[in-house]
Design a protein around this ligand. Structure first.
Ligand code: URA
Length: 229
């Protein structure tokens, strides 16, 4: 991570103050003064501020069962931010690992570990996200095959990656995706002549939305690790 971020993650300093201290020559990395805040450092490096060795705080990993009319954003907008439901220190250090639309409910993962987020959100991670979808019209009989083959979404060059459709009732399905394009589920059903009337993310990998709506919890070490396998 960047040196200024490491300083923020190991002290109570904000970015501006961390950068000032770095520019003033008060930060040493492996015994050498470093005045560039953008230098990449590793947690194993010996990093000191005013002669005091620093240690980064542990990463945080949590889930929340998102209610409708909340925003996957660090700031409030038309609706309150999801972070208004989470009472933790330094919420600005956290980010959402795969956002949901304001009207979508269900599982959202939150962390301050960018590498972990990448393993969840990048299609190369092959991480399964399962959505429960209620539809305006009965699902077309060939929709499962179309989703498996890939759908041409409006404005996209490439087909969607193979997605699995499980029909629960003619107007309720489970859809499993390994990618997360903008409004992907709604656009996929629009592409096959249907319309999503409600959308709920049930699970991401082995983790499911197992707390009441609006509640959150920390992930177990096994759950955190499961995204790296
Ligand atoms: N796809 C959508 O269309 N919306 C979401 O919130 C998530 C996936």
């Amino acid at each position: 991570m960047r040196l200024d971020r490491f300083i923020c993650k190991s002290t109570e300093l904000v970015k501006y103050d961390a950068i000032q201290l770095i520019h003033n020559g008060e930060v040493f990395v492996n015994g050498v003064v470093v005045k560039n805040e953008a230098v990449q450092v590793h947690e194993n490096n010996d990093i000191s501020l005013n002669g005091q060795k620093l240690a980064a705080r542990a990463f945080r990993y949590m889930l929340i069962n998102k209610p409708a009319n909340t925003l996957c954003s660090n700031v409030d907008g038309v609706y309150p931010s999801l972070f208004s439901l989470i009472d933790v220190e330094r919420p600005s250090e956290l980010h959402i690992a795969g956002r949901l639309d304001a009207d979508t409910t269900g599982l959202v993962l939150i962390t301050d570990d960018g590498r972990w987020t990448f393993s969840i959100t990048s299609p190369s991670g092959q991480c399964h996200k399962v959505y429960r979808v209620k539809l305006a019209k009965p699902i077309a009989t060939d929709a499962g095959e179309s989703f498996l083959q890939g759908i041409a979404l409006q404005g996209e060059q490439e087909l969607t990656l193979p997605a699995k459709l499980q029909i629960i009732t003619p107007q309720e399905v489970l859809l499993t995706l390994t990618e997360g394009k903008f409004h992907q589920v709604k656009r996929m059903f629009a592409a096959v002549g249907n319309k999503v009337v409600s959308l709920h993310r049930e699970s991401i990998g082995a983790v499911s939305a197992d707390v009441a709506e609006g509640e959150w919890r920390y992930l177990s070490a096994d759950e955190v690790q499961s995204f790296y396998t």
